[in-house]
Design a protein around this ligand. Structure first.
Ligand code: EPZ
Length: 419
């Protein structure tokens, strides 16, 4: 197991290339199960979660090859198995994304129910209720969801109590081959869902309402091969923008999509960062003092919960008070205790955190607890005086492609060591 070590206090200069989105690639790779053929997926990031979903697809009969660093060819002619084992699902909850495509293609699926997660209970009841609305019978046996449908799925109307990202994706993938029309109300609108819709429509699906909270799917009989590029990772983009905000500097992010981060831009500009948008670039400069801002995490286009921890680290470096509301997950303040070890003054009251900025942090030994919490410790370590050691960085490897390499290239003193 590795740890990451950072000598803080070095402003960042230069360019960082943004990778494809983890949360875009996972549903798109799962969707290749929907029909036979060789599907081409471009701009795929090199991440542990991608290796996990490919491993899962192999157990279902898929073969794949990496035709170049970021391009996969996935052949799903021989998808005969329909079980996603506990061993794989426990390492990555997003494995539940094979449920929809398997139900649509094979009429049955057996998927281990994901257990709890560091950031919250994260049930999948919306997914299951959605499949039942499409005519599937679902049973929970020995920790597995057993889903079956006699004949094919039938269109129906699904309403989500709160817009669920993977819930929307799972139902979309099931509905494209269902008989009749499906309407998803209060659907999630994250850009990664638009990416999946572009793939499915490219395969011959008939979907209306892209980027809105009402999706209408007219089921089709047959789908063809896919050829799709994964959108840039807006959470990786946001993490590097916040990192420059924390330690200062002048960095240009390339291969990104500036229009996918409206709420973050608003907050970073208010806190004093200079941001220049290009077609697929963002230049970020921080030279002056940081101003404190308040924020509430919300479904897209609101402030992303996956950037809350990183933004909290930034707010510890201001000289004012910031109130941060986490509205999406009930236990997403695991990074607070670690930031306190670096000298931060943060009070937590349920889903609200009050950050009293002290203008500085001090390096310390800290522990990563989940993917985005570990990113916030990297942001804090870059700005801290002295040396920070972050252990359990396997969390980071799940969602950041070559973070140490990218930050070193813009002047950070950061390296990995075996624990
Ligand atoms: C996706 O998770 C992302 N994961 C998460 O990113 C992200 O934090 C989250 O969306 C919110 O933006 C992937 O795309 C693989 P939800 P997902 O269903 O789909 C409740 C990261 O760091 N809910 O939109 O699992 C749920 O508990 C990860 O990259 C139910 O109650 O999140 C939460 O409170 C972490 N029942 C809310 O809805 C359900 O059936 C939104 O969750 C489904 C969800």
């Amino acid at each position: 197991m590795d740890k990451i070590i950072i000598e803080g206090g070095r402003p960042l200069q230069g360019e960082i290339k943004i990778s494809g989105a983890k949360n875009g690639a996972l549903p798109i790779i799962a969707a290749t199960l929907l029909c036979p053929g060789t599907h081409t997926i471009r701009n795929v990031p090199e991440l542990r979660d991608i290796r996990t979903i490919l491993q899962l697809l192999e157990t279902l009969g898929v073969t794949w090859q990496r035709v170049d660093t970021n391009t996969l060819e996935i052949n799903s002619d021989n998808v005969t198995e329909f079980e996603a084992s506990y061993e794989l699902v426990k390492t990555m909850r997003a494995s539940v994304l094979v449920l929809g495509p398997l139900l649509a293609r094979l009429g049955q699926a057996r998927v281990s129910l994901p257990g709890g997660c560091a950031i919250g209970a994260r049930p999948i009841d919306f997914h299951m209720r959605g499949f039942e609305k499409l005519g599937a019978q679902l049973e929970l046996t020995q920790g597995y969801v057993d889903a079956k449908v006699s004949g094919s799925l039938r269109g129906g109307t699904i309403y989500f109590d709160v817009p669920s990202v993977t819930g929307t994706e799972n139902i979309l993938m099931a509905a494209v081959l269902a008989e009749g029309t499906t309407v998803i109300k209060n659907a999630a609108k994250e850009p990664e869902i638009g990416n999946l819709i572009d793939m499915l429509v490219g395969m011959g699906a008939d979907i209306e309402g892209r980027s809105t909270d009402r999706l209408t799917v007219h089921g089709v009989k047959k789908l063809g091969q896919a050829d799709i590029a994964i959108i840039p990772d807006r959470i990786e983009t946001g993490t590097y923008l916040i990192a420059v905000g924390a330690v200062g500097g002048d960095v240009t992010l390339t291969h990104c999509n500036p229009s996918h981060l409206p709420a973050l831009f608003e907050k970073l500009r208010y806190s004093g960062l200079h941001l220049e948008k290009g077609k697929d670039t963002i230049r970020v400069i921080r030279s002056g003092n940081l101003k404190n801002v308040d924020l509430k995490t919300m479904p897209y286009p609101g402030f992303a919960t996956d950037l809350q921890a990183q933004m909290m680290a930034l707010m510890t470096l201001t000289n004012g008070l910031s109130v941060i509301h986490e509205n999406i997950f009930e236990n997403r303040f695991m990074h607070v205790a670690e930031l306190r070890r670096m000298g931060a003054d943060i009070m937590v009251d349920g889903g609200k955190a009050i950050v009293k900025g002290a203008g500085k942090l001090t390096g310390a030994q800290v522990m990563a607890t989940d993917l985005r919490a570990s990113a916030s410790l990297v942001v804090a370590g870059l700005a801290a005086q002295g040396v920070t050691e972050i252990s359990r960085v396997y969390h980071l490897d799940r969602g950041y492609d070559d973070l140490v390499g990218k930050l070193s290239a813009v002047g950070a003193k950061i390296w990995r060591e075996a624990e």
